[in-house]
Design a protein around this ligand. Sequence first.
Ligand code: NAD
Length: 302
Amino acid sequence: MAAKLIKGTEIREEILEEIEKEVADIKEKHGVVPGLVTILVGENPASISYVTLKIKTAHRLGFHEIQDTLSEDLSEEALLDLIDKYNNDDSIHGILVQLPLPKQIDEKKILNAIDPDKDVDGFHPVNVGRLMIGGDEVKFPPCTPAGIQEMIIRAGVETKGAEVVVVGRSNIVGKPIANMMLQKGVGANSTVTVVHTGTKDLASHCRRADILIVAAGVPGLVKPEWIKPGACVIDVGVNRIGEKISEKTGKKIAILSGDVDFNAAKEIAGSITPVPGGVGPMTITMLMKNTLKSLKLRLGII
Ligand code: NAD
């Protein structure tokens, strides 16, 4: 195998250890810890497992953690009242509403009701605007793109002047990571192209990429011959392509695949993220980092 593996599982541990130390330090000096509330409406199994993992990570880091689990038939008004309560709770620095929400609730209205200074997911229009301006304006970069950039930095990949091609233009991955990579600053300063379903010749753009970031949600979309030899390939895609029985638990688990033909791509790329174990573990990690940052901003120590 030619490519170096960029392992999200290892980078996650490095970052969580850094956060853990900082939390202990702030607790000692200022007598406070980061406070995170996770709001889950209904019983979507994927949402339950994401929220469970977020809570577990927050506990491990010594955060003050509140979990609100609400019934599927909750009204929009009741959820807005709850958000208002946490917007005004000084022990809470991050408010996370797990998506998707049941259909009687307007997601946009809910996300817009979160205080932008507690919006650790980075989805509020104010934070999207701050990200676009860049530099010191940025408070909470959205978690998956922030995780991607952190992986690129920690893998030692040169970004200044690099040709970055982003496949996908979603609001949660494609558009924000493209915006982050073109800003001046560490882990950025790149020349960015965004390709999508309206692009005429996907392959020719991908072949130019020194850093290829793929977030399309299409298994095996990127073929090995689309990869420039030595490129850094970040595969964000998480696609369920089947089921198998886990050797550890004996239970049925999903077989996951990325958007890149990994086995062939690893022979051409300089570095590459696996699926699973690549970008996936970074998202929750960056959520914790944003929550810690929210507390530090409140304390005026950054
Ligand atoms: P999305 O469906 O909102 O957006 C996909 C984008 O890819 C669209 O902009 C579309 O134009 C583009 N696209 C789709 N098919 C294409 C094609 N054939 N050619 C060119 N462009 C194409 O998806 P998303 O929310 O951005 O997620 C993308 C993938 O990343 C999914 O597999 C998702 O599960 C995964 N994801 C992983 C994480 C994580 O690991 N933490 C987080 C978010 C998303």
